[in-house]
Ligand binder design. Sequence first.
Ligand SMILES: Nc1ncnc2c1ncn2[C@@H]1O[C@H](COP(=O)(O)OP(=O)(O)OP(=O)(O)O)[C@@H](O)[C@H]1O
Ligand SMILES: [Mg+2]
Length: 423
Amino acid sequence: MKKPPYLCGLDFGTSNSVICAISTDPHGDPSPVVMSEPTVLFFPWRNTKDTFTYYVGQEAVQKYVEMGMHGRFIQSLKSVLHDPDFDMTMIYGVPFTPIELTELILTNLKQKMEAKLGTTLDTVVMGRPVMFSEDPEEDQTAQRRIHSAARKCGFKYISFQLEPIGAAYSYEARLTKAETVLVVDLGGGTTDYTIMNLDPQKRHALDRTQDILATGGVHIGGDDFDASIMWHALAPYFGYGSQFEDWNRLFDFPIHFFTTLCTWYDIAKLKESPFKEDLHSILRTSTNKPAVRRLKTLIEEDLGFGLFKAIEHTKKAFSELDQTSIHFESPHLSVHEPVSRAAFEGYIAEHVEAIHSALTETLQRAHKKEADIDSILMTGGSSLVSVIQTTMAARFGGNKIIPDSNRFTGVAVGLALGCGYSL
Ligand SMILES: Nc1ncnc2c1ncn2[C@@H]1O[C@H](COP(=O)(O)OP(=O)(O)OP(=O)(O)O)[C@@H](O)[C@H]1O
Ligand SMILES: [Mg+2]
């Protein structure tokens, strides 16, 4: 196949999506052109039967906040793409398929990049996590949906590469000698590993299969850390642990209210029947009415998005601070909850353990021990969580850890670089 004018990599992420284009013109500028956007959609209203006003990416976040967080906001779409039961979602009475929603995200990035380059892009290497799902059929469902969305948005030649392999290629571009590297890519939805022999001499080789010693991963990412903070630090503030009376007996506040609360985009479900009526009757006889009233406000006033932004802010602050608080203010709901980093590390301990177990399995598959790895490239936004950094350093030796200077964009750059065309 003819060499395209640009190598293009697209990292469709749970939290952020990134597109990268690199010119193949030997006389052109070889630096990667990179653009990134949060992976979100906002539908404020429906215009006519078939037309909607909608916003994508940064603009969606901005408009959603400007419009008082009313309307339909869609986030973490990638986390549900593997689910065969998620075949459509109703937006103002009109069904949207997962492919159509993904297409809107990809089209936005493709068109912006094309406008910047002044040319159309028809060839792309799409990233994918090592595991969309442990079920192989579901895993393929997610990849097929992304493939269809990429085709619908105008890419003609589409291939897939694992995201951590993308990160490895981008790191290899900076290397001067060969080494065995472990890539740890901790994003919003998944943790992905690759153990790979890197060699700057082989950068343009077409087939690198032999160099990939093992890949692995687990379905845990930054969204799970946010959910853990919600569960441990805030659920009691909204009534978890309280009781209500029915037929002269006391019952525990049903736990499913709080499990739903931990996935902010599910909170809207609690506005509907039968939850709405249940909440109303629980409030009448609750042993903790102020907390249940706060929960009602959170649900009825669509404050879940704002509260989760505050939780994420707190989580990020722990990269620098030992002590901070979850701070959220709106006219009818105030949250000021002090949290220590030690407490946060306790909340996510099980996740950190699972992240390390998946790494042990990946090392075993590669027939490698910790001492055999020359460097550990820590990439993805959640690799900034300090307990992840300290436990990786304790396991491999702090001097081997390479903090990725392109933590949010390296995957897309590497997808473009490793696409199999020599520059
Ligand atoms: N300083 C920080 N401390 C802790 N977490 C952080 C920090 N900065 C960003 N994050 C988290 O990183 C995640 C986003 O990272 P990234 O953009 O790499 O994910 P993604 O590529 O969209 O997800 P995935 O690769 O899982 O599909 C979010 O959960 C965000 O809260
Ligand atoms: Mg990622």
